[in-house]
Design a protein around this ligand. Structure first.
Ligand code: GLU
Length: 287
């Protein structure tokens, strides 16, 4: 890329940062630093039931200890709910969404009765129970105070957007295939937005030009590309990086608490030790 990249690290304060997060943060910061770009930090705290202020504080401490420097103010998603709601309204006004009253149980029962459902990257695809509800029934149930999520009508949305591609710096040009996610949730019953909606909108609002994140989110980019097309947002480049692996070849997870940055620090590790550990746990060929 010729232009200076604007990159970001976007953790959720639902636990202490571990070695995998440190790698993701350093990867994003290095990508910005390489060509005189800018590095941003974003706190992804829409899941208010699982986020804790002490984890947010720990994110700042851990990253500063690692030697990272980011721009201020830091964007915190929970401070921007009206912006996500506004984007959601635009999609709804365009006829691309519908309210979904289903509980987890309703969905499971329906899938069982149908003898199964195709699996997408995030699990079984929503079987469409609420997609064709009568408009009056929708109104009545909403008026009666029934909780609902808002789903994207994937088939209509894809027809509206047409074929889409995006660019990954490692993998090249990717044909977006968001249909494999089915009718994704854009606003949850308990939160007026979702991961897909807020992350896509934020990257646009913050002018992020290079989204770096783990390979576990590679497929999700298809959904984000679709939302960019529907909402008229800028299209960043992407660089999905490898995930760290434990000795057993499995990826690190938050439950590997011995490898939190905080506990490594308390046990006397230096930032250089952390960098060396990251190199040790990277799969062969990753950098
Ligand atoms: N907040 C997400 C996470 O902690 C990352 C979002 C992203 O990089 O797109 O997994």
């Amino acid at each position: 890329m010729t232009m200076s990249a604007i990159t970001r690290f976007a953790p959720s304060p639902t636990g202490y940062l571990h070695l995998g997060h440190a790698y993701a943060a350093l990867f994003a910061a290095n990508a910005a630093q390489k060509d005189g770009g800018r590095f941003l930090l974003r706190i992804e705290d829409i899941d208010q039931g699982r986020c804790r202020p002490e984890f947010e504080t720990a994110i700042f401490e851990d990253l500063a200890w690692l030697g990272l420097d980011w721009e201020h103010p830091v964007r915190r998603q929970s401070d921007h709910l009206p912006e996500y709601q506004d984007a959601l309204s635009r999609l709804t006004d365009a006829g691309l969404t519908y309210p979904c009253f289903c509980t987890r149980k309703d969905i499971e029962t329906e899938i069982k009765a149908a003898g199964g459902a195709p699996h997408g990257p995030d699990g079984p695809i929503y079987p469409g129970i609420c997609r064709h509800l009568d408009e009056n029934e929708r109104k009545d149930r909403i008026a009666a105070g029934e909780a609902y999520a808002v789903r994207l009508d994937m088939a209509i949305a894809m027809r509206a957007a047409g074929p889409l591609t995006w660019t990954d710096l490692d993998a090249g040009t990717i044909d977006a295939a968001p249909a494999r996610f089915g009718d994704v949730v854009l606003a949850r019953k308990d939160t007026p937005t979702s991961y897909h909606l807020s992350v896509t909108l934020d990257d646009h609002i913050q002018g992020v030009s290079l989204v770096t994140r783990g390979r576990d989110l590679f497929e999700a980019t298809d959904v984000h590309r679709l939302l960019q097309a529907l909402l008229g947002l800028d299209i960043p480049h992407y660089h999905h990086h490898a995930l760290l692996q434990g000795e057993d070849g499995k990826r690190f997870a938050k439950r590997d608490s011995s490898l939190t940055i905080a506990s490594l620090r308390e046990n006397g590790a230096t930032p250089d030790d952390v960098r060396a550990m990251i190199r040790r746990y990277l799969p062969d060929g990753a950098h």
